[in-house]
Design a protein around this ligand. Structure first.
Ligand code: SF4
Length: 879
């Protein structure tokens, strides 16, 4: 008898949970609890591409650090006890202090269905609008700018517009690192159409600049001035679209403000400005892409308006290859906007302050009470926690103790708050540690729902694996609390499909009230149709399906006309001599938010393994800061310690530091503790790119590097640690040199009685210790008085291996390969291999490096690094 061949599991179509590009993923369970991930060739966002983060999704699964059961004050309890406690305390606080004494702080990591339920509970049943989302930190200014100009929060265009445009302007958006697949689409379009032009506007010379024909190193915060100058030039050169402007109000005041703008505010050479305006005016098909660099400002809404004004004045909007394009940071920031996750919005893009909209939603929900005024936006919400106005807060899938401005004050506020509930997939976050109640939530790959990407495409996230332990869906946890609070009938959905159908039905009512968000064509969706739902772009209703907005006007304002807004750019603040540097915060290529997911994938930790700050060489020289020194960056709010990266990517007087490191991954690298809570007065979005800080060399008396099979402890002084394939690696430093290195190492590795091999070099002040279990290396510590030159990736790979005592040399011996720090995380190609290929003459272009080593051939995010290495090598070659 011939046995049946083994069944090959079908791939499941789902969506990447990281950035707002919203790539489709084909995930195939491997039968061993893991999955194999590929880009979905049929998904309209990525057509099969994935970036380094998306490609490593399979490595982020697993049970380590998972929260698997509810906990109250650290003790495991049943779900019933936890839910009774949460519902009881929320009800009591509301009864004693009113509905505004409770708050939800939610997240663009949630699925739309979860978001919808949280919003319904708070706004329609608790009767407060104190629900805000961490999307407030990333795109609230875009929302406010859209609503001012269009009447609704509408992204007019589609991703394909970036490919169809003759000119793509990227401003305040490092697409190469933060939206890598969109960057790849743009790069591919540019190679297919060499006449296409790309302009990057950014104070930093980011990786995205490699694609640019023109880089405008603008003065930080002066984007509105530049676009005002452009608007004046549009008018002066007769490029106003008078036909389209019959659909738009506000040209004259906007133009007056534009003409009054001093181009000198931009800090740009007039010749560069002239080239930019000529390119923009000369290319009818122009797309202006913007992101956090525009939004995260005390005048973010005005920045957005200045961009939208130029597109409205020329009618370059809503047609193929034309339009302003806000790209969102989070995977479901758009979904949150759609359900009204922001404290000043209602579901389906309806307005909280509009009595007609409130009445329609209340009637649809049959809710007993309705929030009547906007709730507290994120910064104000945590201030209200701090001063006791909010007495109970529920935080869902976000880590405000790391990511909020004034992050130390947020931590203090939560410490003092009488009742803090955290729903998350792990208890290993700085915020979870402050919770009274921890609720275990399902992670990506375990739950069902939808997410909306930056081009309004709604895609399914699907369950790939069973939920571990007692983890539950967020919507179910929220509904079970709502039921215990007495609101059961309105929260009695059997599944996520029913919530989606309800949201779609409400959107039909919203559409009737003039909202752009109308997906009522899916209102009757059955569970099986929801299970099979393929990605679609909204709107979706009887009269239209997908497409662009505003090509012929038809705005969602009372008179149907668009609105240009006069923008008066702010003058830059004078430099504060005590805090002479301006700190720009942002993201790096291979990490996501506070690393709760990406740091679980060792290969994503290899590109930039340590918290760092970019410093201009002139500033470094003036302050006596050398390459690889540690530095202190601080102001009245606090101080962080980061590794110096001396680079001309930043301008003199500017610093750049990533936001990802937490109290779990480093001793003092939560850079958001330095960001003041100054916000845009309209959007409430914090200015996360302009903290005033001082900079000084950290007076380290010793530096160290460690590798270990087990997670190392947290000694005093400076440290940062991350996972490797075989265990952990750690950087260390301190101002006081330990007297007894053996005791220090035993403490660090929790190896109390182990006897290490020890090498000391008294003349150079070096001490090195290696601990073995039989022949296998289980931990090693390298110390010295200065930053250490070691083959770090090689040493990390020796853990668990039969490593001889010579491992204390810190570099490979004999024929052991050391490929150096990983540059291409997708294909695992290290710096030394790339350098060798270049030096040997085998590779003289990025394409040849790709053909030889595979580097840069998957997501392409490392191509700018590859081309920089090639450039440096070719520049050294004799002419
Ligand atoms: Fe995920 Fe990368 Fe696509 Fe963003 S670009 S959705 S992180 S695969």
């Amino acid at each position: 008898m011939i046995a049946d061949p083994p069944r090959i599991p079908e791939p499941i179509r789902t969506t990447c949970p990281y950035c707002g590009v919203g790539c489709g993923v084909l995930a195939t369970p491997d039968g061993l609890g893991g999955i194999v991930v590929k880009g979905d060739p049929d998904h309209p966002a990525n057509r099969g591409r994935l970036c380094s983060k998306g490609s490593a999704l399979g490595e982020t699964l697993g049970l380590h650090d998972r929260l698997l059961s509810p906990r109250v004050h650290g003790a495991e309890v049943s779900w019933d006890s936890a839910l009774d406690l949460v519902a009881g305390r929320l009800s009591r606080v509301i009864a004693e202090h009113g509905p505004d004494a409770v708050a939800f702080y939610v997240s663009g990591q949630m699925l739309t269905e979860d978001y919808y339920v949280a919003n319904k509970l708070m706004k329609g049943f608790i009767g407060s609008a104190n629900i805000d989302t961490n999307s407030r930190l990333c795109m609230a200014s875009s929302v406010a700018g859209h609503r001012r100009a269009f009447g609704t929060d509408t992204v007019p265009g589609l991703y394909e517009d970036l490919e169809l445009a003759d000119l793509v302007v990227l401003t305040g958006a490092n697409l190469a690192w933060c939206h890598p697949v969109l960057y790849q689409r743009l790069a591919a379009a540019r190679s297919a159409r060499p006449d296409m032009r790309v302009v990057v506007i950014d104070p930093r010379r980011t990786a995205t600049c490699d694609l640019a024909d023109l880089h405008l190193p603008i003065s930080p915060g002066s984007d509105a001035a530049l676009f005002n100058v452009l608007l004046a030039a549009i008018a002066d050169r007769g490029a106003l679209n008078t036909g389209y402007l019959t659909q738009v109000n506000g040209l004259e005041p906007a133009l007056r403000a534009a003409r009054a703008t001093d181009p000198g505010l931009t800090g740009l050479d007039p010749g560069l400005i002239a080239r930019f305006t000529a390119l923009w005016i000369g290319a009818e098909k122009v797309v202006t892409v913007y992101s956090q660099g525009i939004n995260q400002s005390t005048h973010g809404t005005d920045n957005v308006s200045a961009i939208l004004n130029c597109h409205l004045a020329t009618g370059r909007i809503g047609r193929p290859g034309m339009g302003p394009f806000s790209v969102t940071g989070q995977p479901n920031a758009m979904g949150g906007r759609e359900v009204g996750g922001l404290a000043n919005m209602l579901a389906c893009h309806l307005e909280l302050e509009n009595p007609g909209h409130r009445a329609a939603v209340q009637s649809f929900w049959a809710s007993p009470t309705m929030a009547e005024r906007p709730g507290l936006k994120a910064v104000d919400m945590f201030r209200a926690v701090a001063d006791g106005r909010i007495k109970a807060i529920w935080i869902i899938h976000t880590n405000p103790v790391v990511s909020m401005p004034e992050a130390d004050l947020v931590a203090a506020a939560l410490q003092a708050c009488p009742f803090v509930v955290v729903s998350d997939v792990t208890d290993q976050t700085d915020t979870a540690r402050l919770a009274h109640v921890l609720l275990p939530a399902q992670a990506w790959g375990e739950k069902e729902g939808t997410a909306s990407n930056s081009e309004r495409t709604i895609s399914r996230q699907r369950r790939l694996l069973p939920a571990p332990g007692q983890a539950r869906e967020d919507w179910r946890i929220l509904a079970q609390v709502a039921t215990r609070m007495g609101f059961g009938p309105a929260f009695a959905w059997p599944d996520a499909a029913a919530i989606f159908a309800e949201h779609a039905a409400l959107s039909g009512i919203a559409g009737g009230l003039g909202s752009d968000f109308d997906i009522s064509g899916l209102a009757g969706l059955a569970a099986q149709d929801y299970a099979d739902l393929t990605p679609f772009t909204w709107p979706r209703h009887a009269r239209r399906s997908g497409g662009r907005f505003f090509a012929t006007g038809q705005f969602h304002t009372p008179d149907g006309r668009g609105r240009m807004i006069p923008v008066t750019p702010e003058r830059p603040e004078p430099r504060d001599p005590g805090h002479p540097f301006r700190l720009n915060t942002g993201r790096i290529r291979d990490q996501w938010h506070t690393m709760t997911r990406t740091a679980r994938a060792p290969r994503l930790n290899q590109h930039l393994a340590e918290p760092f700050v970019e410093i201009h060489p002139a500033d470094a020289t003036r302050l006596g800061i050398g390459a690889d020194d540690l530095v202190q960056v601080g102001n009245a709010l606090g101080q962080v310690i980061l590794r110096a990266q001396i680079t001309e990517r930043v301008q003199p007087g500017d610093l750049f530091a990533p936001i990802h490191w937490t109290g779990e991954t480093a001793s003092a690298a939560r850079v958001d503790i330095l960001v003041p809570g100054a916000v845009d007065p309209i959007s409430g979005q914090p200015a996360s790119k302009s903290a005033r800080v001082a900079l000084a060399r950290y007076p380290a008396a010793w530096h160290g590097f460690a590798v270990s099979a087990r997670k190392p402890g947290e000694p005093g002084g400076y440290w940062s640690r991350n996972r490797t394939e075989a265990g952990w690696r750690m950087e260390l430093a301190g101002t006081d040199r330990p007297e007894d290195w053996l005791a220090f190492a035993r403490d660090l590795f929790a190896l109390n009685d182990a006897q290490p091999s020890i090498v000391t070099d008294a003349r150079r002040g070096l001490v090195r210790l290696a601990f073995h279990d039989g022949p296998r290396l289980i931990a090693a510590l390298y110390t010295g008085p200065a930053p250490l030159a070691l083959a770090r990736d090689f040493l990390a790979a020796q853990i668990g291996q039969p490593a001889p005592a010579q491992v204390l040399a810190g570099v490979p011996t004999g024929d052991q390969p050391d490929q150096g720090p990983i540059l291409c995380a997708c294909l695992n190609v290290g710096l030394h291999r790339i350098q060798a290929a270049i030096a040997s003459g085998q590779a003289r272009s990025v394409a040849e490096l790709g053909a030889l080593l595979g580097a840069g051939t998957n997501c392409g995010s490392c191509r700018s690094d590859l081309s920089a290495l090639l450039g440096r090598h070719l520049a050294r070659e004799p002419a």
